[in-house]
Ligand binder design. Structure first.
Ligand code: NAD
Length: 260
């Protein structure tokens, strides 16, 4: 379905971003990976996912908190594949502390990586998409783009912000072949969330399974983690012909979290 298209997925060396990259590769899109840590393992996984389509995979290690590096990433993607057809703004970090104790540098980093980076990638990728008459911008927000939790001021502010950016981008592109939508996961068991499971285990003297149940029980009625594979399939839907007129939605996949 996405043969000949190119997808840039930020923060795709791990977790949700890697799951989305693999799902898009399975549909035939060439992939530009981004993120920290080992890139060879993720690259091999994405190549394997797209093998039957001859998918090519490139990698750029831009720090999404740094606008100059983001510009370099978009330039690199254009050099490798001509342009970016599908932009998935996924890179994100978390820090948990009350507002009055929130480290200022953590606030700045979360806003830069989780929100401002999407402004930069969007402004840089949009002209090519509009010229081509087709594009998909998928912002990985969070259920925290819709509702709040204590101790997560920067994250909740950034995620509400990216839902707003999604709506504005969708309105500005409404008469074109470019769509922009957000995905709002509840808990997904990635390294970002395992840190919060570990903190619960330490705080309550629980084993890993007990801490996971406590975490889910506080927020997620289904008592199930959403998986990167499920989120990947939602991204594929946004890229499908059926998604042509889906614009500006913030689509939660959260086990009923925001329904409460
Ligand atoms: P993760 O920690 O598994 O992956 C994060 C990815 O972002 C990694 O590839 C990491 O290298 C990359 N990254 C971090 N800082 C970066 C930077 N400055 N520049 C470039 N890359 C950077 O986390 P995840 O759970 O897969 O989270 C991915 C996205 O999903 C985030 O935006 C997160 O807020 C969102 N999300 C996660 C959950 C969850 O439960 N895990 C729920 C809702 C939303």
């Amino acid at each position: 379905m996405l043969h000949g298209k190119t997808a840039l997925v930020t923060g795709s060396t791990s977790g949700i971003g890697l799951g989305i990259a693999k799902a898009l590769a399975r549909q035939g899109a060439h992939i530009v990976l981004n993120g920290f840590g080992d890139a060879d393992g993720p690259r091999a996984e994405v190549l394997a996912a797209g093998e039957q389509h001859g998918v090519r995979v490139a990698y750029h290690g831009a720090d999404m908190g740094r606008p100059a590096e983001i510009e370099d990433l978009l330039r690199y993607a254009a050099e490798q594949f001509g342009r970016v057809d599908i932009l998935v703004n996924n890179a994100g970090i978390q820090h948990v502390a009350s507002v009055q104790d929130f480290p200022v540098e953590k606030w700045d980093a979360i806003i830069a990586i989780n929100l401002t980076s999407a402004f930069h990638t969007t402004r840089l990728a949009l002209p090519g998409m509009l010229a081509a008459g087709w594009g998909r911008i998928i912002n990985v927000a969070s259920v925290h783009g819709l509702v709040a939790s204590a101790q997560k001021s920067a994250y909740v502010a950034a995620k509400h912000g990216i839902v707003g950016l999604t709506k504005v981008t969708a309105l500005e592109t409404a008469t074109t072949g470019v769509t922009c939508n957000a995905i709002c996961p509840g808990w997904v068991l990635t390294p970002l969330v395992q840190k919060q499971v570990d903190a619960k285990a330490a705080e309550h003297g629980l084993d890993n399974e007990g801490a996971k149940r406590l975490l889910l029980g506080e927020k997620e009625p289904s008592m199930q983690f959403t998986t990167p594979e499920e989120l990947g399939e939602l991204a594929v839907f946004f890229c499908s012909p059926a998604g042509n007129n889906v614009r500006g939605v913030a689509w939660n996949m959260d086990g009923g979290w925001a329904a409460q």
